[in-house]
Design a protein around this ligand. Structure first.
Ligand code: NAP
Length: 293
């Protein structure tokens, strides 16, 4: 079987390493990014750069996109110079961005009118998972499109689940962010609690790692909190965007999500202090300030 021609749009913290992994796996990659600097490492690795998403769509069979928020996905796919203008029958778009489930469904309907299949395929695992090719990928969309995209998804991730129809991947990702935000807040409280009891917070983390409180968040974000190292990672402003998706969807459904509401307030406070570009583990700074630390 001939290999698909692959496009990639959006080369930030997550897009750059995932795109590089596709090149390392032997796929010829056709890329677009707004900034020349973002393109450089990809071109050095052999990718061909284009001046618009439309130009990428004109040559690619499968197009990955990995941009920030819902309006960005809409612009890249449906806007002027967007993928839809050159899209063709049986083309697949794999959107790895985290956006609202309802928006994913609406975009899928518009692309389907041109014969293009959209898979919503948000990820978990952070920059480290993107570099290592060990992401968790939660996919929504048609089974046939999922099967065609699977060999490429297997280059990028280890735990790949076809959750359901269009939007189901984004619902799974919202669930992921509910758990992640709540756990970061709990770890931030625990680390502050230990320090304020004049106990070595590093030793506390070490002790907790082997028991029921052990988690990836305690391991990775707990370490960042101990080291006071908040280089992103996952930017707090993107986590705020994700919690907005969670709470807005909950509002529409009439769901009570008290823990998500509270953790969103902590993230809001972080952004209010001008720390939106810091890693989401910087939530501990808000807990510390609230406690006079
Ligand atoms: P990032 O480093 O800020 O990168 C986003 C990239 O998208 C940037 O290169 C940006 O280009 C590009 N972009 C944004 N709007 C665009 C537009 N309208 N047209 C073209 N390019 C556009 O963010 P990231 O951390 O890679 O996150 C990307 C997505 O993955 C987000 O939806 C995020 O929520 C999700 N995610 C992130 C992580 C993580 O740990 N970082 C984990 C899971 C999921 P410029 O450089 O020109 O601004």
């Amino acid at each position: 079987m001939t290999q698909p021609v692959v496009g990639y749009i959006g080369l930030g913290i997550m897009g750059r390493p995932t795109a590089l992994n596709l090149i390392k796996a032997g796929y010829a990659l056709h890329v677009f990014a707004r900034r020349a600097a973002a393109l450089e490492p990809l071109i050095a690795a052999g990718a061909v750069a284009y001046d618009s998403p439309k130009a990428v769509a004109a040559v690619a069979d499968i197009i990955f996109i990995n941009v920030s928020d819902t309006p960005d996905v809409e612009q890249v796919l449906l806007g002027s110079g967007g993928v839809i203008e050159a899209g063709k029958m049986e083309q697949i778009v794999v959107d790895m961005s985290t956006i609202a489930p309802i928006a994913a469904r609406n975009i899928a309907t518009k692309l389907a009118a041109r014969g293009i299949d959209l898979l919503d395929a948000p990820v978990s695992g952070g920059e480290a998972g993107a570099i290592a090719g060990t992401l968790s990928i939660m996919v929504g969309g048609k089974q046939t499109a999922f099967e065609r995209a699977l060999p490429l998804l297997q280059v990028l991730g280890k735990n790949i689940v076809h959750v359901g129809d269009s939007g189901a991947g984004q619902v799974a990702k919202a669930c992921n962010q509910i758990v992640v935000a709540g756990t970061i807040a709990a770890v931030a409280e625990a680390m502050t609690f230990a320090r304020c009891n004049q106990v070595d917070a590093g030793k506390v983390r070490e002790a907790l790692m082997g028991g029921f409180a052990g988690s990836k968040i305690l391991e990775v974000h707990g370490k960042r909190m101990l080291d006071n190292d908040f280089k992103p990672g996952f930017k707090s402003r993107l986590h705020q965007k994700d919690m907005h998706i969670v709470l807005e969807t909950a509002r529409q459904l009439g769901l009570a999500l008290p823990i998500s509401s509270q953790t969103t307030q902590l993230i809001n406070a972080l952004l209010g202090s001008g720390d939106g570009e810091l890693d989401s583990s910087a939530m501990i700074k808000v807990i510390e300030r609230m406690s006079g630390q």
